[in-house]
Design a protein around this ligand. Sequence first.
Ligand SMILES: [Mg+2]
Length: 260
Amino acid sequence: MERFKGYVLDLDGTIYRGPYLMPGAREVVAELRKRGCKIVFLSNKAIQTRVDYAEKLTRLGIPATPEDVINSSLVTVDYLRREQPDARLYIIGEPPLIKEALNAGLRLARQPEETDIVVVSFDRTFHYGKLRFAYNAIMKGARIIATNADRTCPVEGGEELPDAASIIAALKALTDKEPELILGKPSPRVLEMATSRMGLKPSECLMVGDRLETDIVMGKAAGMKTALVLTGVTRREQLEASDVKPDYVLDSVAELIEGA
Ligand SMILES: [Mg+2]
Protein backbone atom coordinates (compact mmCIF):
# COMPACT_ATOMS: atom_id res chain seq x y z
CA MET A 1 0.00 0.00 0.00
CA GLU A 2 1.14 3.51 -0.87
CA ARG A 3 2.08 5.85 1.94
CA PHE A 4 0.12 9.07 2.37
CA LYS A 5 0.84 12.32 4.21
CA GLY A 6 -2.68 12.47 5.62
CA TYR A 7 -5.28 9.93 6.74
CA VAL A 8 -8.97 10.69 7.19
CA LEU A 9 -10.30 7.96 9.44
CA ASP A 10 -14.00 7.26 9.87
CA LEU A 11 -14.83 6.33 13.47
CA ASP A 12 -17.88 4.01 13.72
CA GLY A 13 -17.17 0.72 11.99
CA THR A 14 -13.57 1.70 11.24
CA ILE A 15 -11.76 2.73 14.44
CA TYR A 16 -14.33 1.36 16.88
CA ARG A 17 -17.74 -0.25 17.08
CA GLY A 18 -19.80 1.12 19.94
CA PRO A 19 -17.54 0.94 23.00
CA TYR A 20 -15.02 -1.48 21.44
CA LEU A 21 -11.84 -0.51 19.62
CA MET A 22 -11.17 -2.39 16.38
CA PRO A 23 -8.16 -4.72 16.62
CA GLY A 24 -5.00 -2.87 15.62
CA ALA A 25 -6.59 0.59 15.52
CA ARG A 26 -4.47 1.94 18.37
CA GLU A 27 -1.22 0.62 16.88
CA VAL A 28 -2.08 1.96 13.41
CA VAL A 29 -2.75 5.48 14.63
CA ALA A 30 0.40 5.44 16.79
CA GLU A 31 2.54 4.20 13.87
CA LEU A 32 1.11 6.72 11.38
CA ARG A 33 1.75 9.52 13.85
CA LYS A 34 5.28 8.25 14.41
CA ARG A 35 5.85 8.53 10.67
CA GLY A 36 4.73 12.17 10.84
CA CYS A 37 1.39 11.63 9.08
CA LYS A 38 -1.55 13.91 9.79
CA ILE A 39 -4.76 12.28 11.02
CA VAL A 40 -8.34 13.53 11.18
CA PHE A 41 -11.21 11.47 12.62
CA LEU A 42 -14.69 11.69 11.08
CA SER A 43 -18.16 11.00 12.40
CA ASN A 44 -21.51 11.75 10.80
CA LYS A 45 -23.28 11.77 14.13
CA ALA A 46 -24.41 15.05 15.63
CA ILE A 47 -25.43 13.58 18.97
CA GLN A 48 -22.07 13.92 20.66
CA THR A 49 -19.67 16.84 20.82
CA ARG A 50 -16.15 16.75 19.43
CA VAL A 51 -14.98 16.88 23.04
CA ASP A 52 -16.90 13.64 23.70
CA TYR A 53 -15.28 11.95 20.69
CA ALA A 54 -11.81 13.12 21.68
CA GLU A 55 -12.35 11.86 25.23
CA LYS A 56 -13.64 8.50 24.03
CA LEU A 57 -10.67 8.03 21.68
CA THR A 58 -8.23 9.03 24.40
CA ARG A 59 -9.90 6.64 26.87
CA LEU A 60 -9.58 3.83 24.31
CA GLY A 61 -5.85 4.51 23.98
CA ILE A 62 -5.81 6.83 20.95
CA PRO A 63 -4.87 10.27 22.32
CA ALA A 64 -6.98 12.89 20.53
CA THR A 65 -8.05 16.50 20.94
CA PRO A 66 -11.38 18.03 19.77
CA GLU A 67 -9.43 19.63 16.88
CA ASP A 68 -8.63 16.13 15.57
CA VAL A 69 -12.34 15.36 15.13
CA ILE A 70 -14.79 16.53 12.46
CA ASN A 71 -18.47 15.61 12.77
CA SER A 72 -21.59 16.65 10.90
CA SER A 73 -22.61 19.23 13.50
CA LEU A 74 -19.26 21.01 13.14
CA VAL A 75 -19.53 21.10 9.34
CA THR A 76 -23.13 22.35 9.56
CA VAL A 77 -22.37 25.03 12.11
CA ASP A 78 -19.28 26.12 10.19
CA TYR A 79 -21.38 26.50 7.03
CA LEU A 80 -24.07 28.49 8.84
CA ARG A 81 -21.53 30.73 10.56
CA ARG A 82 -19.86 31.60 7.26
CA GLU A 83 -22.84 31.70 4.88
CA GLN A 84 -25.87 32.48 7.06
CA PRO A 85 -24.58 34.22 10.18
CA ASP A 86 -27.77 36.25 10.75
CA ALA A 87 -30.28 33.49 10.07
CA ARG A 88 -32.66 32.52 12.85
CA LEU A 89 -32.57 28.77 13.22
CA TYR A 90 -34.97 26.13 14.40
CA ILE A 91 -32.88 23.08 15.22
CA ILE A 92 -34.37 19.60 15.36
CA GLY A 93 -31.43 17.97 17.09
CA GLU A 94 -29.96 17.00 20.41
CA PRO A 95 -28.21 19.33 22.89
CA PRO A 96 -24.63 18.86 21.53
CA LEU A 97 -25.69 20.27 18.13
CA ILE A 98 -27.59 23.16 19.69
CA LYS A 99 -24.63 23.88 21.96
CA GLU A 100 -22.22 23.89 18.99
CA ALA A 101 -24.51 26.37 17.17
CA LEU A 102 -24.83 28.68 20.16
CA ASN A 103 -21.08 28.56 20.83
CA ALA A 104 -20.53 29.72 17.24
CA GLY A 105 -22.75 32.74 17.88
CA LEU A 106 -25.72 31.50 15.83
CA ARG A 107 -29.23 32.54 16.82
CA LEU A 108 -32.31 30.45 17.49
CA ALA A 109 -35.85 31.34 16.42
CA ARG A 110 -38.52 31.59 19.09
CA GLN A 111 -41.47 31.46 16.70
CA PRO A 112 -42.10 29.61 13.42
CA GLU A 113 -42.79 32.98 11.72
CA GLU A 114 -39.28 34.28 12.43
CA THR A 115 -37.48 31.08 11.39
CA ASP A 116 -35.17 31.40 8.39
CA ILE A 117 -33.73 27.88 8.41
CA VAL A 118 -34.94 24.59 9.90
CA VAL A 119 -31.86 22.50 10.68
CA VAL A 120 -32.66 18.78 10.70
CA SER A 121 -30.54 16.22 12.49
CA PHE A 122 -30.88 12.97 14.42
CA ASP A 123 -33.02 13.70 17.46
CA ARG A 124 -34.10 11.04 19.93
CA THR A 125 -36.31 13.64 21.65
CA PHE A 126 -38.27 14.44 18.47
CA HIS A 127 -41.95 14.94 19.27
CA TYR A 128 -45.18 16.43 17.94
CA GLY A 129 -44.40 19.97 19.10
CA LYS A 130 -41.11 20.02 17.16
CA LEU A 131 -42.81 18.62 14.06
CA ARG A 132 -45.53 21.28 14.27
CA PHE A 133 -43.01 24.13 14.78
CA ALA A 134 -40.94 22.98 11.81
CA TYR A 135 -44.05 22.49 9.65
CA ASN A 136 -45.28 26.02 10.38
CA ALA A 137 -41.84 27.51 9.77
CA ILE A 138 -41.40 25.70 6.44
CA MET A 139 -44.90 26.65 5.26
CA LYS A 140 -43.98 30.27 6.01
CA GLY A 141 -40.89 29.98 3.81
CA ALA A 142 -38.10 28.66 6.03
CA ARG A 143 -35.41 26.69 4.18
CA ILE A 144 -34.40 23.20 5.31
CA ILE A 145 -30.85 22.02 5.73
CA ALA A 146 -29.72 18.71 7.25
CA THR A 147 -26.63 17.65 9.15
CA ASN A 148 -26.86 14.24 7.50
CA ALA A 149 -29.38 11.92 5.90
CA ASP A 150 -28.21 8.56 7.17
CA ARG A 151 -30.87 5.88 7.57
CA THR A 152 -29.35 4.37 10.66
CA CYS A 153 -27.13 5.61 13.39
CA PRO A 154 -25.01 3.22 15.44
CA VAL A 155 -25.11 4.30 19.06
CA GLU A 156 -23.08 3.30 22.07
CA GLY A 157 -23.39 -0.45 22.60
CA GLY A 158 -23.70 -1.24 18.92
CA GLU A 159 -27.47 -0.67 18.67
CA GLU A 160 -28.68 0.89 15.40
CA LEU A 161 -31.41 3.53 15.49
CA PRO A 162 -33.29 5.42 12.77
CA ASP A 163 -31.29 8.54 12.00
CA ALA A 164 -32.02 11.96 10.46
CA ALA A 165 -33.58 10.26 7.41
CA SER A 166 -36.72 9.45 9.43
CA ILE A 167 -37.22 13.10 10.39
CA ILE A 168 -36.47 14.32 6.85
CA ALA A 169 -39.14 11.87 5.60
CA ALA A 170 -41.69 13.13 8.14
CA LEU A 171 -41.15 16.75 7.06
CA LYS A 172 -41.34 15.79 3.39
CA ALA A 173 -44.64 13.97 3.95
CA LEU A 174 -46.09 17.11 5.53
CA THR A 175 -44.60 19.91 3.44
CA ASP A 176 -43.46 18.20 0.23
CA LYS A 177 -40.07 19.89 0.80
CA GLU A 178 -36.66 18.33 1.19
CA PRO A 179 -33.35 19.68 2.55
CA GLU A 180 -31.59 22.04 0.13
CA LEU A 181 -28.28 20.97 1.57
CA ILE A 182 -26.94 17.98 3.48
CA LEU A 183 -23.74 19.06 5.17
CA GLY A 184 -22.30 15.92 6.74
CA LYS A 185 -20.97 12.93 4.79
CA PRO A 186 -21.01 12.62 1.76
CA SER A 187 -20.95 16.43 1.33
CA PRO A 188 -17.63 17.66 -0.15
CA ARG A 189 -17.46 20.23 2.68
CA VAL A 190 -16.48 17.47 5.12
CA LEU A 191 -13.25 16.63 3.32
CA GLU A 192 -12.55 20.28 2.46
CA MET A 193 -12.55 20.90 6.18
CA ALA A 194 -10.39 17.82 6.80
CA THR A 195 -7.72 18.78 4.24
CA SER A 196 -7.60 22.36 5.40
CA ARG A 197 -7.13 21.11 8.99
CA MET A 198 -4.20 18.98 7.84
CA GLY A 199 -2.79 21.60 5.47
CA LEU A 200 -2.61 18.98 2.70
CA LYS A 201 -3.94 18.50 -0.82
CA PRO A 202 -6.62 15.80 -1.34
CA SER A 203 -4.18 13.82 -3.52
CA GLU A 204 -1.86 13.51 -0.50
CA CYS A 205 -4.56 11.90 1.65
CA LEU A 206 -6.30 8.55 2.06
CA MET A 207 -9.97 8.36 3.06
CA VAL A 208 -10.63 5.26 5.16
CA GLY A 209 -14.17 4.17 6.04
CA ASP A 210 -16.72 1.35 6.14
CA ARG A 211 -19.52 2.82 4.01
CA LEU A 212 -19.42 2.84 0.22
CA GLU A 213 -22.19 5.45 -0.26
CA THR A 214 -20.71 7.98 2.13
CA ASP A 215 -17.02 7.45 2.96
CA ILE A 216 -15.86 6.07 -0.38
CA VAL A 217 -18.10 8.18 -2.65
CA MET A 218 -17.04 11.31 -0.77
CA GLY A 219 -13.34 10.48 -0.86
CA LYS A 220 -13.41 9.85 -4.61
CA ALA A 221 -15.34 13.06 -5.28
CA ALA A 222 -12.74 14.98 -3.27
CA GLY A 223 -9.86 13.52 -5.32
CA MET A 224 -8.50 11.28 -2.55
CA LYS A 225 -7.49 7.67 -2.75
CA THR A 226 -9.96 5.55 -0.78
CA ALA A 227 -9.81 2.45 1.41
CA LEU A 228 -12.87 0.44 2.42
CA VAL A 229 -12.63 -1.53 5.66
CA LEU A 230 -14.80 -4.63 6.04
CA THR A 231 -15.18 -4.26 9.83
CA GLY A 232 -18.33 -2.12 9.55
CA VAL A 233 -21.56 -2.15 7.57
CA THR A 234 -20.27 -3.26 4.15
CA ARG A 235 -20.00 -6.96 3.34
CA ARG A 236 -17.76 -8.24 0.56
CA GLU A 237 -20.83 -9.30 -1.51
CA GLN A 238 -22.20 -5.74 -1.36
CA LEU A 239 -18.86 -4.40 -2.50
CA GLU A 240 -18.84 -6.79 -5.45
CA ALA A 241 -22.38 -5.75 -6.45
CA SER A 242 -21.64 -2.03 -6.17
CA ASP A 243 -20.48 0.42 -8.85
CA VAL A 244 -18.47 2.22 -6.19
CA LYS A 245 -14.95 0.79 -6.26
CA PRO A 246 -12.49 1.83 -3.56
CA ASP A 247 -8.76 1.87 -4.35
CA TYR A 248 -8.06 -0.50 -1.47
CA VAL A 249 -10.17 -3.07 0.36
CA LEU A 250 -8.92 -3.93 3.85
CA ASP A 251 -10.08 -6.62 6.25
CA SER A 252 -9.47 -4.05 8.98
CA VAL A 253 -7.77 -0.74 9.63
CA ALA A 254 -4.75 -2.71 10.89
CA GLU A 255 -3.80 -3.41 7.24
CA LEU A 256 -2.98 0.28 6.74
CA ILE A 257 0.49 -0.39 8.10
CA GLU A 258 0.93 -4.13 7.63
CA GLY A 259 3.99 -5.00 5.64
CA ALA A 260 4.92 -1.34 5.34
MG1 LIG B 1 -18.59 4.32 9.64
